[in-house]
Ligand binder design. Structure first.
Ligand code: URA
Length: 223
């Protein structure tokens, strides 16, 4: 365990240096995540780039702090999210909210999005064509927010983000390089935790690793 934490400290220092280098470049226009997100959202208005546009009630863009250090990325909106137009508001979302609370944060301090912005009918798996038209918008959201850590929730998000077919059980437990300034930490999806509560310990280990990467203190337990 101590070795993992030594590696994390080195990784953190490396990412910090990369971020400083990136920001020391000549900026013609100051980066403004709010504006960048607003213009991506505008491009998605009435989106019909794939067939999910015909069946959705609401497009689920993503929600949270445009300056978040941490982004959670799930698979696709379910029924509750489709009705509300917000990510992770159903049962799995309530559990995600508890996980965020256990990290000492609120939803409006982080940013939550999905690989797909529209609900697949009957919550079926996303199709490759849907991913290829939708994921460039997620990539642009990541560029706008510039999080330090992305937490991919579940097999589908982790495999899509890392472009691999390795199982989530093998991907989780360590940070993966994602881009110059950010790492990706895969973990189990909260919907899977609802079915397999014994996996909560592994998820909490992953959250502690994220907190270490971000220098977040573990909140004191309330009585
Ligand atoms: N599951 C997901 O992957 N995303 C949501 O927004 C809700 C449930």
């Amino acid at each position: 365990m101590a070795e993992i934490y030594d590696d994390l400290i080195q990784l953190k220092a490396h990412l910090e240096r990369q971020r400083e280098l990136k920001n020391s470049g000549v900026l013609i226009e100051k980066h403004n995540p709010e504006n960048a997100l607003a213009s991506i959202l505008q491009e998605l208005e009435n989106c019909q780039r794939c067939d999910l546009g015909k069946t959705r009630n609401n497009l689920v863009f993503g929600k949270g702090n445009p300056n978040a250090e941490l982004m959670f990325i799930g698979e696709a909106p379910g029924g509750d999210e489709d009705l509300k137009g917000e990510p992770f508001v159903g049962r799995a979302g309530q559990l995600l909210g508890k996980i965020i609370g256990a990290m000492g944060k609120t939803r409006d301090q982080i940013y939550i999005a999905n690989i797909l912005k529209c609900r697949p009918p009957e919550n079926r798996n996303p199709k490759p064509t849907e991913i290829s038209v939708c994921s460039p918008f997620l990539k642009r959201q990541i560029e706008a927010i510039q999080p330090k850590v992305i937490c991919a929730l579940g097999t589908f998000a982790a495999q899509t983000m890392l472009n691999t077919d390795t199982t989530i059980g093998r991907l989780r437990g360590r940070p993966h390089p994602f881009n110059d300034t950010c790492v990706l930490v895969p973990t189990y999806h909260p919907a899977y935790l609802l079915r397999s509560p014994s996996k909560k310990k592994e998820v909490w280990d992953d959250m502690q690793m994220i907190m270490k990467l971000l220098d977040w203190k573990t909140p004191a337990k309330s009585a």
